[in-house]
Write a protein that binds this ligand. Structure first.
Ligand code: HGY
Ligand code: MN
Ligand code: MN
Length: 432
């Protein structure tokens, strides 16, 4: 709890939240603080070539570690729990085991992954994607952020361009504790979520090129109003989400007009669209309907439209045995547990490409997140950390052969991943 509060002070903003956009000075300060805690706990700290940081506690045997963690970068209006909880609970697990004099069979590693949010440098889950071979390192280093900065340059500037190669060693398994960031657990009075998977994500940046003109003298019929097209698209997307129903959501999160003046018809509009659904077929339909609408609006207003994919991930199912372990452990510890998919993206969806992965959710008060008002009660935080402790130890003590063969390195859909590489040797974790 003390670490959550202290980390929450790094990049603190009004309203009790924090702003630590990936690879910013605030992110560096947060990284330095968590690394100092890793070292205080006697963990072996390593940094890879995309800035992912790992703290490892040796096991009785030299085997691929059981990995836990999350992210400590935040959105610009973040709370103090999103991502941070999973990393700091991982530190707590290490501390509790040390105090209890327990050394697990497999090593335990806690990680924080670079740029999970994707808010400054898209796509999201960037560091974990590079870690599993879902995106080439060079591609990631050359990504330009919303502020024009180059990712690799920023990584070097903050001193976290590490030497450990990517893709990294394949863990035995991965478990991530995270706040739900939605209303489901609280609405049902449940304490723990046994997360079944993550919904599909489609991010794109849309640029509308019309014609600036005088707001007073230009009759409507003569306008090529980029701002109108952006606004009409946003209204269309709300109707589309309602029409498709189910888990379909749609968000226009960023929008800028040029020249952004009260008496000038915007000649240019740049905005983002975030579409998500647990059902890939419906997500594809939503993308197609958006394309149709943009084509119609471009003809109606006589403007041109350019589009850039920022992120595209298909829905992910977590490892059934890990989901069952979370569910059984929560029940054993006396908590009310519910299975549910994640509406938010998480690093676990990338780790799921290479090893058995799963997540533990704890409730978000009012379902609020990506907002300084984000809150989870101390009782819920404790319950989540306790379930994490027991699931991690259970995985670390599993006998050989308890898990089917692990997957090969995964590659991203549409983000130019690297080729798959052989699954590593079961005992050493090193490539064959
Ligand atoms: O966008 C997301 O779902 C996550 O917060 N990166
Ligand atoms: Mn998160
Ligand atoms: Mn987030």
């Amino acid at each position: 709890m003390a670490r959550l509060e202290e980390l929450g002070q790094v990049g603190a903003i009004a309203g009790g939240g924090c702003a630590r956009l990936a690879l910013s000075d605030a992110d560096r300060a947060g990284r330095d603080l968590v690394v100092s805690w890793m070292r205080d706990l006697g963990l072996v700290v390593t940094v890879d070539a995309i800035g992912n940081v790992f703290g490892t506690r040796a096991g009785r045997e030299d085997r691929p570690p059981v990995l836990c963690g999350s992210h400590i970068d935040t959105v610009a209006t973040g709370g103090i729990y999103d991502g941070n909880l999973g990393v700091l609970a991982g530190l707590e697990v290490m501390e509790v085991l040390a105090e209890a004099g327990v050394v697990t069979r497999r090593p335990l590693t806690v990680a924080f992954f670079t740029d999970e949010e994707g808010a400054r440098f898209a796509p999201d889950m960037l560091g974990s994607s590079v870690f599993v071979g879902g995106m080439a390192l060079e591609t990631a280093h050359d990504i330009v952020g919303i502020d024009g900065a180059r990712l690799g340059t920023e990584l070097e500037r903050i001193g976290y361009l590490g030497s450990v190669p990517c893709p990294g060693l394949v863990p035995y398994a991965y478990v991530e504790l995270h706040i739900e960031q939605g209303p489901v657990l609280e609405a049902h009075g449940d304490d723990i979520g046994a997360v079944t998977g993550v919904q599909g994500i489609s991010w794109q940046e849309i640029t509308v090129l019309g014609q600036s003109n005088h707001a007073g003298t230009t009759p409507i019929a003569y306008r090529h109003d980029a701002g109108y097209v952006a606004a009409a698209t946003s209204v269309f997307l709300r109707g589309l989400a309602r029409e498709l129903g189910g888990d379909q959501v749609a968000t226009v999160g960023r929008a800028t007009l040029h020249p952004d003046l009260v008496n000038v018809i915007p000649g240019r509009a740049v905005f983002t669209v975030d579409l998500r659904n647990t059902d890939e077929a419906v997500l594809v339909e939503a993308e197609a309907r958006l394309t149709e609408e943009l084509t119609r609006l471009a003809a109606e207003e006589d403007v041109s439209i350019e589009r850039r994919v920022l992120a595209r991930f298909t829905p992910v199912e977590f490892d059934q045995k890990v989901v069952e372990m979370v569910e059984a452990t929560a029940t054993l510890l006396g908590h009310r547990v519910r299975r549910l998919p994640s509406g938010a993206g998480h690093d676990a969806q990338m780790l799921a490409r290479v090893c058995p992965a799963g997540m533990i959710f704890v409730p978000s008060a009012g379902g609020i997140s990506h907002n300084p008002a984000e809150y989870t009660s101390p009782e819920a935080l404790l319950a989540g950390a306790d379930v994490l402790l027991h699931v991690l130890v259970g995985l670390a003590e599993e006998p050989d052969g308890a898990r089917q063969g692990r997957r090969r390195h995964g590659t991203d859909e549409g983000a130019g991943g690297v080729g798959a590489s052989d699954a590593p040797d079961e005992t050493t974790g090193h490539p064959r």
